[in-house]
Write a protein that binds this ligand. Structure first.
Ligand SMILES: Nc1ncnc2c1ncn2[C@@H]1O[C@H](COP(=O)(O)OP(=O)(O)OP(=O)(O)O)[C@@H](O)[C@H]1O
Ligand SMILES: [Mg+2]
Length: 254
């Protein structure tokens, strides 16, 4: 039997099976999808499940204030606000990161990217973070402008997080056309360089069935483990993310 690396169990129904037990520890995984595809919900469920297992879990929310993230999470049964109070789950936004850097948001410059990586490293080490989600890495990449800078940033970030023993999901925003699946020319990130550096890619997409849009998920790559390539239906329920194999779903619904 092939011996695989230690796994970080996502606790998400169906996903650990797809990943043959979970994400290999230390991997930096791109969580790619168009708007509304379920990236933030899946990322938060991953963190909340980790926090419930006693692992320090951190969200760095780049696109919205953490207060808004909490407000949206209250609609899901998996969320437990006590995890924040008990310092197992940290929801940080850019305002709190900038405050740590001692700069005001209006002063933000591209040159601030290195200190930003340092501050993330500092947080991961000081809090002994085991799980990190950056929502989204695309928003940070927009600031960097060139592919060379983006490549350098994602590479350094991935190395920093992996060296610190952290298993990370980097949320990647792609346009709706790109999210439709394995079409020629499809990309998994806004700049096309992030996916080459990431250890894994989980792609959220959509398909149309009888006039309804259905959310989908499939694992494109995951270094360090065997995994299923099957496309799954991703259902966002009040309990959280539920994954059903597409073939099975089709058979049941006719
Ligand atoms: N309590 C809930 N129960 C079930 N589904 C919900 C609930 N709250 C939100 N949703 C669904 O989740 C969707 C949003 O998912 P989510 O925010 O995870 O997507 P996203 O990919 O992060 O989107 P964006 O690109 O805008 O950040 C909503 O459009 C809604 O359909
Ligand atoms: Mg989101």
């Amino acid at each position: 039997m092939v011996k695989e690396r230690p796994k970080c169990k996502t606790g998400i129904e169906g996903l650990d099976n797809i990943l043959n037990g979970g994400i290999p520890r230390g991997n930096t995984v791109l969580l790619s999808g168009a708007c509304g595809s379920g990236k933030t919900t899946l990322g938060m469920e991953y963190l909340v499940n980790g926090a419930k297992m006693g692992e320090i879990s951190v969200l760095i929310s780049v696109t919205e204030p953490s207060s808004k993230v909490v407000a949206n999470l209250r609609g899901f049964e998996f969320f437990d606000e006590a995890l924040i109070k008990n310092e197992k789950l940290y929801l940080l936004d850019m305002i709190s990161l900038y405050a740590r850097l001692g700069i005001e948001k209006k002063d933000y410059r591209i040159e601030d990217i290195d200190p930003l990586i340092n501050i993330m490293e500092d947080i991961v080490k000081k809090l002994k973070v085991k799980r990190l989600v950056i929502d989204s890495v695309t928003a940070i990449c927009h600031q960097l402008e060139t592919k060379v800078r983006i490549r350098e940033f994602v590479f350094n970030l991935g190395k920093t997080l992996s060296d610190a023993g952290c298993t990370s999901l980097l949320v990647s925003e792609v346009n709706p056309t790109g999210a439709w699946g394995l079409m020629p020319g499809v990309t998994y990130s806004a700049y096309g360089v992030e996916e080459a550096i990431a250890d894994g890619i989980i792609l959220l997409g959509a398909i149309e069935r009888k006039g309804y849009m259905l959310r989908t998920l499939h694992v494109v790559k995951m270094r360090g483990t065997m995994h299923s390539l099957a496309k799954h239906i991703l259902d966002l329920t009040p309990q959280g993310v539920v994954l059903i194999p597409l073939l099975k779903w089709g058979a049941e619904s006719g």
